[in-house]
Design a protein around this ligand. Structure first.
Ligand SMILES: Cc1cc2nc3c(=O)[nH]c(=O)nc-3n(C[C@H](O)[C@H](O)[C@H](O)COP(=O)(O)O)c2cc1C
Length: 179
């Protein structure tokens, strides 16, 4: 299976980098092909809603940026995994930026069912802390006609160290088995 992993943290060695590393290693060990893009380190313009990409079937985005590296893998992937720290109860802006740029290929994505998974880590331990990001993920699955293949919501993981000592390291490797 071809898996596209999109991470959203600006920390190269942070909490979600650790969880993404564990996930990718487990996925490769299980025989999957993994393409990972750390979106916070890419040059990707935010969608301006100009609708140029919707003028005709051949029209594409006005921006020639790093999204062009992601798009072929996005279209080709059997599964997409969104990985992000929780920022004010949502994905980071960096990851949302990439999801907004799905707009260019929206029709193709809707007609090309994929599996979706999500890994989010945050410092909070309140049981409601992940409700917003969970709802967003579920709307994405529903709108894109993608299959929800599970998520790991890592509560109480404000640092890499906390994540390392948590049950979530094992949980992300188990997530691979849901594909
Ligand atoms: C701008 C900002 C907003 C944050 N918002 C939340 C939040 O709403 N809930 C939460 O539990 N943690 C929040 N955090 C904490 C991070 O999610 C947490 O430290 C996470 O482990 C960082 O992951 P990373 O190292 O992969 O970037 C926030 C951190 C920052 C910098």
């Amino acid at each position: 299976m071809k898996i596209l992993v999109l991470t959203g943290s600006p920390h190269k060695k942070g909490t979600t980098a650790l969880l993404a590393d564990e996930y990718c290693q487990a996925a490769e060990e299980a025989g999957h092909t993994v393409h990972r893009f750390n979106t916070a380190f890419m040059q990707i313009q935010p969608c301006t809603g100009c609708d140029h990409c919707r003028k005709s079937d051949d029209s594409d985005c006005i921006f020639r940026d790093d999204m062009q590296n992601i798009l072929p893998h996005l279209l080709d992937a059997d599964a997409v995994v969104l990985v992000s720290p929780l920022y004010y109860f949502a994905f980071t802006a960096q990851l949302k930026n990439v999801v907004d740029r799905f707009y260019e290929v929206n029709d193709k994505l809707q007609k090309n069912p994929k599996q979706l998974q999500m890994i989010v880590a945050g410092a909070d331990t309140d049981e409601w802390a992940m409700d917003g990001v969970k709802a967003h993920y579920q709307c994405l699955c529903r709108y894109l006609n993608w299959e929800d293949r599970g998520m790991v919501l890592a509560y109480g993981c404000g640092t890499r160290e906390e994540a390392k000592q948590s049950k979530y390291v094992k949980e992300v490797t188990k997530l691979v088995q849901n594909l």
